[in-house]
Ligand binder design. Structure first.
Ligand SMILES: Cc1ncc(COP(=O)(O)O)c(C=O)c1O
Length: 377
């Protein structure tokens, strides 16, 4: 165990963060303090830089709460109150969650479902939009964290632009933003959300939307929620740089440091390189042991990997998990509905040596569970 008693989190979140990021939040600052207001302004601009968009066309609106709060904020704010209809493209739990939020909001929607272990099929979406294009909004998840699949955000964006040019295109990039390149303008993205404690490696506590400014302003008055009204939040911040309600001051101080470290690592490309290395070590090690991946290489990202439970009578996930946890290695249960799986993430403050150590721990745990390696089907 590390000096601070920390475990290594190979999960989709919460994720580990650097010591320097944690240290940055030791300071108490008031919400009207100039240092805090400057911190918020720095963060908003930096997130636009990471997104590769200008502050002329886009704005960043931070929102108190976990990632789901930003997802809900975009949906409640951007769907027209009359004749609003959302096309939800889903291939996993987070896409389905968008459908659930819309149900709660009482917003008409069509959920187009795809297999959880495959990327969303562009051809099927195209055929659907050719027949039915009466949508005001379309949503997609960039990295569907429930299985680790990457979805074709740009190709779907091009279809939205062609078949429903007036619709807003919304991307949940919770587990990809900051480590998976995406050209927002080329991809016709109007709204994108992510949160502090994913690939940017801040501590949890707030989320944010990167919003096409003109589109955002068209949505004034549409929100069915006061606290989640993105336009309200934007207007509050524009007025005096302050949040409307108690801001996550400590979290934002930590996030500023996390953003500096992201830049020092080489921005999106640098972070992607580390995560790709982490992922390659994981995949190689697990393959040698005979564990089978759920998703094939073409559809799989480099954020989190799902593994089938091995067909070995000595395997029991709870036991496997607990033994790894005892070695301070935290993995995660699966989140797909069609197969028994577990997941291993490689984002957050994890480095190749952490992945190599995890692989050694998995080897020891398999030996202790009398599962001889390599596993045989
Ligand atoms: C793609 C995606 N969307 C939404 C969420 C929900 O975020 P939160 O749990 O922070 O509310 C997650 C969480 O992992 C996610 O991976």
């Amino acid at each position: 165990m590390s000096a601070l008693g920390n475990k290594k989190l190979f999960t989709p979140g919460p994720l580990g963060v650097s010591l320097t990021t944690r240290q940055a939040l030791l300071k108490d600052l008031g919400s009207r303090d100039t240092e805090f207001i400057n911190t918020v302004s720095f963060i908003r601009q930096k997130l636009l830089d990471i997104a590769g968009v200008s502050s002329h066309s886009f704005t960043c609106v931070p929102m108190q709460g976990s990632g789901t709060f930003a997802v809900e904020a975009v949906l409640t704010t951007t769907v027209p109150r009359t004749n609003g209809k959302v096309l939800v493209l889903e291939n996993g739990a987070y896409g389905k969650r968008i459908g659930q939020i819309l149900k709660v909001l009482g917003v008409e929607n069509t959920v187009l479902s795809f297999d959880e272990d495959k990327s969303i099929d562009v051809g099927v979406v195209k055929d659907h939009l050719r027949k039915d294009s009466l949508y005001t909004n379309v949503s997609i998840v960039h990295c569907e964290t429930s299985a680790g699949v990457f979805n074709p955000v740009s190709k779907i964006g091009a279809l939205v632009k062609k078949y429903i040019p007036d619709a807003y295109y919304f991307v949940d990039a919770m587990s990809s933003f900051g480590a998976v390149p995406l050209d927002l303008e080329d991809s016709n993205v109007h709204f994108l959300v992510s949160s502090a404690n994913k690939c940017l490696e801040g501590v949890p506590g707030f989320s944010y939307a990167i919003a096409h400014k003109e589109s955002l302003l068209q949505c004034k008055g549409r929100a069915r929620s006061m606290s989640l009204d993105l336009v309200g939040q934007y207007e509050g911040l524009s007025k005096n740089g302050q949040f409307r309600f108690t801001p996550p001051t400590h979290t934002m101080l930590a996030f500023k440091q996390a953003l500096i470290e992201h830049e020092e690592e080489g921005g999106v490309v640098g972070r992607a390189n580390r995560y790709k290395k982490n992922n390659a070590i994981l995949k190689d090690g697990m393959k040698k042991f005979g564990f089978k991946e759920l998703v094939n290489d073409n559809d799989q990202g480099y954020i989190i990997t799902s593994y089938h439970y091995p067909k070995n009578s000595n395997f029991n996930f709870q036991d496997f998990y607990a033994r790894l946890n005892d070695k301070d290695q935290v993995i995660y249960p699966g989140k797909v509905t069609t197969a028994d799986c577990f997941r291993i993430g490689n984002i957050g403050h994890l480095y190749p040596e952490d992945m190599t150590n995890l692989i050694s721990c998995i080897e020891e745990v398999c030996r202790d569970m009398n599962m001889s390696l390599p596993l045989v089907e």
